[in-house]
Design a protein around this ligand. Structure first.
Ligand SMILES: N[C@@H](CCC(=O)N[C@@H](CS)C(=O)NCC(=O)O)C(=O)O
Length: 241
């Protein structure tokens, strides 16, 4: 029995849903409302000490970190495989996950300025102080403080956008031999990048995932969006219509 605590628009959650759907695994989904700070409640912190989504519960045991969860799922349910064949390629896959994970703050700068900023800016100083106390990491306390009181500036957004476009450049370079980030097949390295590319393409830098700017990446993106698991994972538009 698998339970996934996730958010529909959360990039890390999207990775795990992609992985589950590629493997055809059924799970019970539980949506965590970040605007209500449900992920910082004492109950949730027991299953995810970092206070972030997603968390997978498998046979009663919780697991956090989307990249780790995807690898765990692939080891536990190897068919179809989502890790490359050789130890070297698997190491490369982990380095992609690590690299992309390191860019999450650049996505937060764009993502939280929508729904979460609207909610957080209305909290009183007392409410905000109370909420900040429950956030386990200093960095995320700072991120919540920023969205609530001092939204990221145009300059900060430009710098974040430039870092995300560099990711696209790196992906373009990597895909040349096989059409995938690592080895000869779609893997967790590609899955790790999908939610980032989705956000970059739809809002952050909409003209970059194109045949003109990044031709290999544009082909990669088209192939991925055509996968039946992509549709089932429900990687819908980030912004509410
Ligand atoms: N490295 C973590 C990142 C998880 C993460 O940052 N999740 C975001 C949503 S995509 C979150 O829960 N943010 C809420 C917060 O920081 O308060 C993973 O891959 O699972």
């Amino acid at each position: 029995m698998m339970i996934l605590h996730h958010g529909w628009r959360s990039s890390a959650s999207r990775r795990v849903r992609l992985c589950l759907e590629e493997k055809g695994l059924s799970y019970q989904g539980h949506v965590v409302d970040m605007a209500k700070m449900e992920h910082h409640s004492p109950e949730y912190l027991k299953i995810n000490p970092n206070g972030v989504i997603p968390t997978l519960i498998h046979d009663g045991r919780p697991l956090h970190e989307s990249g780790t969860i995807c690898e765990y799922l692939d080891e536990t349910y190897p068919d179809p495989p989502l890790r490359p064949q050789t130890p070297y390629e698997r190491a490369e896959m982990r380095n992609w996950i690590r690299h992309i994970d390191g860019l999450i703050h650049n996505l937060i700068i764009f993502n939280w300025r929508h729904h979460l900023q609207k909610v957080a800016s209305q909290w009183s100083d007392e409410e905000l102080a109370e909420k900040l106390k429950n956030i386990p990491s200093k960095e995320r306390q700072e991120s919540w403080l920023r969205v609530a009181r001092k939204p990221y500036t145009e300059e900060e957004r430009d710098a974040a956008r430039a870092k995300l476009v560099q990711l696209l450049d790196k992906m373009e370079e990597a895909q040349k031999p096989s059409g995938w980030l690592v080895g000869k097949a779609y893997s967790i390295a590609d899955i790790a990048a999908v939610p980032f590319v989705k956000r970059i393409d739809e809002e952050i830098a909409p003209h970059e995932v194109t045949a003109k700017k990044h031709p290999h990446l544009a082909e990669w993106w088209a192939k991925i969006q055509a996968r039946p698991a992509f549709a089932r994972a429900n990687i819908g538009p980030f912004l509410e219509s």
